[in-house]
Design a binder for this molecule. Structure first.
Ligand code: UDP
Length: 453
């Protein structure tokens, strides 16, 4: 099968080895394949099982998707065997070695490109050395990052709590130094800050940027990025909506740690919008004391909930906290089928760490959010949800406050403005990926342009 122009466009997709990057990349590859593009996902042996089921299932639908494997240089980078994903990095001091290993993938990737000669390489922003078209999450944080790097307003305030406005950036967005990711605050260059700098520079070298967002969600920031900053970009999201049926949704990422029937049965006994879903993404691991504190808050609130509490690595697993709350809610110790849960009518609110995928999945399902950012660009995503879209409520280091807000939001029904705005955006998100919608059209335009090169 070829694209409309008759030319067989072949795109290599190369996601960074973390769930928050691999999941949207696979979701992104599918709509390309639906339009006749041949898609190849490049990954490493231990990461392949995370994507192979989805790829196999997509192939049975007649789509042209395959996987190519490159060896991950664990031995060369002095990493333990099998440490090929951020999730398997058990301590922060292993990260430099992990990033060195990902840089070493350059040579085998180049060999693959020579052997297969695809039309284009769609690489993750964390592979700044490998970019034809870079995959990015959202215009707001892309442009905010540029402004922060250029003007460094956080260096001009006298304390961590003094607010500054992001300069030359629409919307008078206020932040404090304490709300910024660690790497922005550090004066000393680390491997990670270097990588982020290279990632920022790589988008200037790349042909363009493909963004998992939609125009109606952040028109001011997309216009700012394209027209004021003059960057070439396409919006093609929300890519998670390419998963149409329950099995597609359930297969995203790892194998769920909970039986589908168990949580569906539990949710089925609950009233619409009565359950709060709490999840901090694929990598954040809370300490036992943080877990216990959340458990106590949940217990005090009497709120019904589904709480995804990822198991920490090499920790003494303290199971006591689960006992405290098991009557009111469901605790998932491991991987949750997130989009399936968010889609359920019993779920009425989302406490999120504001990773972009989760934020957009919350938007897509029309849910109000309680925002609890922890690292990286999550602070920018929070601002978009709370200050710009006004579908979320932010809480500062929090716990009880977060749970109380979530209860208020999920119980408020259509009376809460956050909820009616969230619902309207959810409907819009579904429209933009259908024929004639803005993301549908932008993806077609991108394919047309790449085919004509
Ligand atoms: N996710 C999931 N189940 C989990 C945890 C995460 O399905 O138990 C998915 C979630 O739906 C999202 C991705 O993993 O698509 C996490 O990406 P995000 O950008 O939200 O956060 P990160 O994990 O990168 O911090």
């Amino acid at each position: 099968m070829a694209t409309e122009s008759g030319y067989q466009l072949h795109i290599f997709f190369f996601p960074f080895m973390a769930q928050g990057h691999m999941i949207p990349t696979i979701d992104m590859a599918k709509p390309f394949a639906v339009r006749g593009v041949k898609a190849t996902v490049v990954t490493t042996p231990c990461n392949a099982p995370l994507v192979s089921k989805t790829v196999e299932r997509t192939r049975t639908l007649g789509l042209n998707i395959d996987i190519q494997i490159v060896k991950f240089p664990t031995v060369e980078a002095s990493l333990p065997e099998g440490c090929e994903n951020v999730d398997s990095v058990s301590s922060p001091d292993m990260f430099p070695a992990f990033f060195i290993a990902t840089k070493m993938l350059q040579e085998p990737l180049e060999q693959l490109l020579k052997d297969y000669q695809p039309s284009c390489l769609g690489a993750d922003m964390f592979f700044p050395w490998a970019t034809d078209v870079a995959a990015k999450p959202v215009f707001f944080s892309l442009a905010a990052n540029d402004a922060m790097r250029l003007y460094e307003p956080h260096k001009k305030v006298s304390s961590d709590s003094e607010a500054f406005v992001i300069p030359n950036f629409p919307g008078e967005i206020k932040l404090t130094r304490a709300q910024l990711p660690d790497f922005t605050q550090q004066d000393v260059e680390t491997d990670f800050t270097k990588l982020l700098k290279e990632a920022a520079e790589s988008k200037l070298r790349s042909y363009g940027v493909v963004v998992n967002s939609f125009y109606e969600l952040e028109p001011v920031y997309e216009d700012h990025y394209r027209k004021v900053l003059g960057r070439k970009a396409w919006h093609i999201g929300p890519v998670s909506l390419c998963n149409k049926d329950a099995e597609d949704k359930a297969q995203r990422g790892e194998k769920a740690s909970i039986d589908e029937h168990e949580y569906l049965k539990w949710l089925g006994t609950k009233k619409p919008n009565s359950v709060v879903y709490i999840c901090f993404g694929s990598t954040a691991k809370l300490s036992d004391s943080q877990l216990m504190e959340i458990a106590m808050c949940l217990e005090d609130s009497g709120q019904q909930f589904i709480w995804v509490a990822r198991k920490g690595k090499n920790e003494n697993e303290e199971e006591g906290f689960e006992k405290r709350v098991e009557d009111e809610g469901l605790i998932i110790r491991g991987w949750a089928p997130q989009v399936l849960i968010l889609d359920h009518e019993a779920v009425g609110g989302f406490v999120t760490h504001c990773g972009w995928n989760s934020t957009l999945e919350g938007v897509t399902t029309g849910l109000p959010m309680v925002t609890w950012p922890m690292a990286a660009e999550q602070f920018y995503n929070e601002k978009l949800a709370t200050d710009v879209l006004k579908i979320g409520v932010g809480v500062d280091d929090i716990k009880m406050e977060a749970i109380e807000e979530a209860v208020r939001l999920s119980m408020a029904g259509d009376e809460a403005e956050e909820i009616s705005r969230a619902k309207a955006l959810g409907k819009m998100a579904k429209r933009v990926v259908e024929e004639g919608g803005s993301s549908y059209s932008d993806l077609n335009a991108l394919i047309k342009e790449l085919s004509s090169l």
